[in-house]
Design a protein around this ligand. Structure first.
Ligand SMILES: Nc1ncnc2c1ncn2[C@@H]1O[C@H](COP(=O)(O)OP(=O)(O)OP(=O)(O)O)[C@@H](O)[C@H]1O
Ligand SMILES: [K+]
Ligand SMILES: [Mg+2]
Length: 737
């Protein structure tokens, strides 16, 4: 079965059927949520906005007090005392400030909540065919999917919905994963290899598979995805916590400053009203970034979801913004991962059919794509029928492992069927014949160990190198047997199998793009150096590491990290899992094994290794946006200082009037204009917080200068203009208080 056309996809950047952030439905819901989030138990998590809310409450109480103690009839409003109206206006705008910040956060959460709804619908309760034994022929009973537990075996046939997450242990099938990925093209899921993971809620389109359930109800991928897009599991990242501490400290400092101003004012005989003091405090504390910080983080996660990447933590998203090195697994990540046997190349004196037959025997129980393709090729080329099967011989399959780089078969009994185990011996007798296939070095070493010599060593090496140089993987086949009275062990190499793989399209351009972003790409593979070099050249990576074991992959990452570099790793195999866990950003292909997906902190639903470009861009965008808005927020204070201080203390210290460079109408109007600007700027910046500041690959230095110029200078200038305009508008409307 060829899955080539199914697995490669163009560099799709947006999730199909995605909802826009500014969908009227989302806006309506966010407005409601903004009020719901006024709950102080919620606000306390954000110290800056909590202070504003406390200010809103105090000014509201102050307004009511003035209303009750005011001389004469309180209504109509036009007759209200100037001071009362001023307090009402400030109080209202302080409430708006809190509501606007809540609205920003609710908007950021909105799209995820809408998506979670769609996903919930995908989680319909299906019926499962639970097998008694993990065999196709075993009897099965129908049970509801939620009744399945980890370790159960289910049969899923064409047309069935896969009832839970798990691993294919037998069979190959085309699966429609659109319920999860939004992508309608089917994907191949098969046992043994690195494409064995299936997700509950997806549908089998053809053939059948047996799945070992790997997650209990409530802990499935879909459950995790729903919690994730809903933001239910969102934890503050260390960076966010640090920034929050900074903002809280600034808040406390300004609180102390504002409070300590009052005794002086009282001393000089003209105390400043509590409302003005609160307005002053709110304007000086960093409400802009305080109000938008959490929205920026949520929006970053959401942007990843829109690109079909699930980040398990906000920390991983931030780390992605700082990546220096990207390690990629070769097979299945850079290549299509469907290594297919194409040729049998016997050594002199060996019949090609004998080689094919040995390779077939060594692969009958090998559930990897490589193993299956060898069986298929041998049967096809030499019309070897079902008569050659493992049932005829007492034998033991030796599965492939990344450590040994071999797989094969031990034949335990002679033709007369006198199996060692059948004789009831405790210690198993040595096998009468063994067949091994695997990496050249591993097999040559195996032959030596078992008393064979490398008769055609030179020719073998040439054949192996030739295959490798073309970017294919050579698998050497060898056998051992026993002869004579003393059962002397003999061993010899039979020949070579060529396994072909194809580099995914468009790789070179994408790696070039990563290079421009300052990221080095290194391919790591268990394959031999020649194959690795050929594929590395073709794909255009900067460097490669060949003959890697899970340990050396891990070691490479640790070395890079020790050198102060941030490392990202993409992979799909069980042997990639330790490395995925160690990397700062570990991206598992959704098509990959359960182990890889559990170890990684991101999963790419499109299984596209160069998705890291988007991931890095989103990470950088998140960091830049947060930096830019923090700069803007703090720069704002300068202008507010000039607007409020002279106005607030003009009666206390008439000399301060020299500072009234903005020429604002009245002290009340100055204070109110500053409060209004302070609230409106949050609303104005919501689109930027949600969309993010655009990232340009121009290097860290120029980028910082550019952003300081825009957001630093802009942050100083904008409030001067804004506050003056609001003040003019208030005068025009005769609202001068
Ligand atoms: N089914 C198999 N039976 C025997 N040998 C195998 C089998 N599959 C792979 N090998 C050999 O083991 C080597 C390492 O395996 P593999 O390529 O899967 O490692 P890896 O670390 O996952 O690298 P990659 O990045 O290529 O996935 C291969 O180059 C090949 O020589
Ligand atoms: K402020
Ligand atoms: Mg692999």
């Amino acid at each position: 079965m060829s899955s080539h056309t199914l697995e490669v996809r163009p560099w799709k950047t947006r999730r199909k059927g995605a909802v826009s952030s500014f969908d009227p439905q989302i806006v309506r819901q966010a407005l409601l949520d903004a009020f719901r989030k006024l709950d102080p138990r919620w606000q306390i998590k954000n110290p800056v906005m909590f202070v504003v809310e406390v200010g809103s409450v105090i000014t509201t109480i102050e307004f009511v007090r003035l209303l009750l103690t005011a001389p004469g009839p309180a209504f109509p409003v036009t007759r209200l005392h100037n001071e009362t109206l001023f307090v009402l206006a400030v109080s209202l705008w302080l409430w708006f400030t809190v509501l606007f910040a809540n609205f920003a956060e609710a908007m950021a959460e909105g799209r995820g909540k809408a998506q979670a709804e769609t996903l919930r619908r995908a989680r319909t309760t299906t019926m499962a065919k639970r097998l008694r034994r993990p065999e196709r022929s075993a009897p099965w009973e129908e049970v509801p999917a939620p009744a399945l537990r980890k370790g159960d075996y289910v049969l899923v046939e064409a047309g069935d919905v896969i009832p839970g997450d798990g691993e294919v242990i037998e069979g190959v099938a085309a699966v429609d994963e659109s319920a999860i990925t939004g992508e309608s093209a089917p994907v191949i899921r098969e046992s043994g290899g690195d494409r064995s993971a299936v997700t509950g809620g997806t549908r089998v389109l053809s053939d059948w598979i047996i799945v070992r359930i790997g997650a209990n109800p409530g802990e499935t991928f879909l459950d995790r995805m729903i919690a994730l897009v809903e933001g239910a599991q969102r934890q503050k990242t260390p960076n966010e916590i640090a920034l929050n501490i900074l903002l809280a400290s600034l808040t406390i400092i300004f609180l102390l400053v504002v409070v300590s101003l009052e005794p002086f004012a009282i001393y000089s005989g003209s105390p400043v009203s509590i409302t003005t003091l609160i307005a002053l405090l709110v304007c000086l504390i960093p409400t802009t970034i305080g109000g938008l910080l959490s929205a920026i983080g949520i929006a970053g996660m959401d942007r990843l979801v829109q690109r079909n990447v699930l980040a398990m933590s906000g920390r991983a998203v931030e780390a992605a913004g700082d990546i220096d090195v990207l390690l990629l697994d070769k097979t299945g990540t850079i290549t299509l991962g469907n290594r297919q046997a194409t040729r049998f190349l016997p050594l002199p004196g060996i019949d090609e059919q004998a080689l094919a037959q040995a390779a077939l025997l060594a692969s009958l129980a090998d559930e990897t794509p490589e193993g299956r393709s060898i069986v298929a090729l041998a049967r096809e080329r030499f019309a070897i029928g079902e008569e050659v099967s493992l049932q005829q011989q007492a034998s033991r399959f030796v599965p492939f492992s990344a450590m040994t780089r071999m797989s094969g078969l031990d034949v335990l009994a002679d033709a007369d069927g006198q199996a060692a185990s059948a004789r009831g011996e405790e210690e198993a007798a040595p096998p009468v014949r063994t067949i091994r296939k695997g990496a050249a070095e591993a097999i040559i070493a195996y032959v030596h160990e078992h008393g064979g010599d490398n008769t055609h060593g030179e020719l073998l090496q040439r054949t192996v190198d030739e295959i490798a140089r073309a970017g294919s993987t050579p698998l050497v086949v060898a056998e051992t047997w026993r002869t004579g009275q003393d059962h002397q062990e003999q061993a010899r190499v039979l020949g070579v199998i060529e396994l072909k793989d194809i580099v995914k399209g468009g790789m070179r351009e994408r790696f070039e793009q990563l290079r421009r972003m300052g990221i080095r790409t290194i391919m790591i593979t268990g394959d031999n150096p020649l194959t690795a070099a050929a594929i590395a050249r073709e794909a255009g990576v900067d460097d490669f590491l060949a003959q890697a074991t899970p340990e050396t992959k891990l070691k490479l990452i640790r070395e890079q990290q020790a050198g102060g570099r941030m490392v990202a790793m993409t992979g799909d195999g069980t042997n990639d899992a330790p490395a995925l866990a160690q990397a700062d950003v570990g991206v598992a292909m959704n098509s990959g094994t359960q182990a890889a997906k559990e170890a990684a902190n991101m999963i790419d639903l499109d299984s596209n290794p160069t998705k890291l470009i988007e991931i890095v861009e989103i990470g950088k965008q998140l960091l830049i946006t947060r930096g830019a808005l923090t700069t803007f927020s703090i720069a704002n204070d300068v202008a507010k200082y000039f607007a409020i201080i002279p106005a607030a203390f003009s009666t206390t210290y008439p000399q301060l009037n020299a500072l009234n460079i903005m020429g604002l109408a009245t002290p009340h109007s100055a204070v109110l204009s500053a409060v209004i600007f302070n609230a409106l700027i949050i609303i104005a910046l919501i689109p930027l917080a949600l969309r993010g500041v655009k990232y340009r690959p121009i290097g860290a230095g120029p980028l910082l200068r550019r952003n300081l110029l825009i957001y630093g200078l802009g942050g100083i200038v904008a409030p001067f203009v804004g506050i003056k305009l609001i003040d003019l508008l208030l005068s025009l409307l005769h609202l001068t208080l």
